[in-house]
Write a protein that binds this ligand. Structure first.
Ligand SMILES: [Zn+2]
Ligand SMILES: [Zn+2]
Length: 329
């Protein structure tokens, strides 16, 4: 499913195309894609909110599949191995960020389905050293949402600094928050969920939240930390206002229009707002290992590959209760 020109998802900007098989270069793997998660970032790219870096492009950055061929000099992978690839597709490996374990900040970083063709396809080429192993416990469609929503949700928990037993706010309750709450509950945190949708509030309580309410209603107690998942600036301010002294809001959004002006006293007492940018390979390995141990439950709402426009349109209208996943082959 190829994006040639971004446009409103209602105009079905992705087109089914029959392309030649991609060829893996040195250090790369050709993957036979089995499933690919559908993420809000894909929607932002397809609609043009996130500026395309490369057109035409095949979106999709939660790829689960099997190695079909390996390029020259590729180590650690054999044909038939199951592998997963998320949003980060590679980085330079030489800059200060890469050498200090902060490869997510590398200026040369490349991204799956943005710089390189992604997983809305039957086959995809990925860098072997950026592919991760997936525990058998998760079938292909269930593993896909772990790779972006899960990993970035886990990184957000780390960035907001939440510790076991503390009070955590989750603002927005989509696919990524559904995984983050399971980690937080596993860590013994008290979780407070803010979301517009009464159905999502109910679901949050079922999943262990001690409180769930709308964005504009403050939680009953001050929070030690919060993560915002909704790509809306007002929600960042709502989360900031809910924090106790010294608390951190981690903003899990690659695209946010603006944060509205707010009085300095909301930030006073060493409160912080931090953005969460991408993820590292270590985040992916740690989260996937933790996900298998907890074990987290993922609910995949499957769509065939050629219905990618429909899947994205339903994601836009908040009509996907779990995580949308394209199943392929
Ligand atoms: Zn994503
Ligand atoms: Zn670098």
């Amino acid at each position: 499913m190829v994006l040639r020109r971004p446009g409103p998802i209602e105009s079905a900007p992705l087109h089914l195309a029959d392309l030649p098989d991609p060829v893996p270069g040195p250090g790369e793997l050709l993957m036979e894609v089995a499933a690919c998660g559908v993420c809000r970032t894909d929607l932002q790219l397809v609609e043009g909110d996130l500026e395309a870096r490369h057109l035409p492009i095949i979106p999709g950055h939660q790829i689960v599949g099997r190695v079909a061929a390996a390029g020259l000099g590729t180590t650690g992978w054999a044909v038939g191995d199951r592998a997963g690839v998320g949003w980060p597709a590679g980085s330079c490996g030489a800059c200060g960020f890469c050498r200090s374990g902060r490869e997510n900040l590398c200026g040369q970083a490349q991204f799956t389905g943005w710089d390189r063709d992604g997983g809305y396809a039957e086959r995809a080429v990925v860098r072997a050293d950026w592919a991760v192993r997936l525990p058998e416990r998760f079938p292909d469609p269930a593993a896909a949402p772990l790779l972006c929503g899960g990993v970035i949700g886990y990184r957000s928990l780390r960035v907001c600094g939440i510790r076991p037993g503390e009070r955590l706010g989750l603002y927005g309750f989509g696919a990524s928050a559904l995984l983050a709450i399971q980690v937080a509950v596993h860590w013994g945190c008290e979780v407070y969920v803010a979301t517009r949708s009464p159905a999502e509030q109910r679901r949050a309580r079922e999943m262990g939240a001690v409180w769930a309410g709308p964005y504009e209603e403050p939680p009953p107690v001050p929070l030690d930390a919060a993560v915002t998942f909704a790509p809306v600036g007002e929600v960042v301010v709502a989360a900031l206002r809910a924090l106790d002294r010294g608390g951190v809001v981690a903003v899990n959004a690659i695209h946010l229009d603006r944060i509205p002006e707010f009085p300095y006293r909301h930030l006073w007492w060493e409160r912080q707002i931090r953005s969460v940018a991408n993820s590292t390979r270590r985040d992916a390995v740690e989260f996937i290992d933790l996900a298998a141990r907890i074990p987290v439950r993922t609910v995949a709402d499957a769509f065939p590959l050629e219905e990618a426009n429909t899947a994205l349109a339903r994601l836009k209208r908040s009509e996907v209760p779990g995580a949308a996943v394209l199943t392929i082959g």
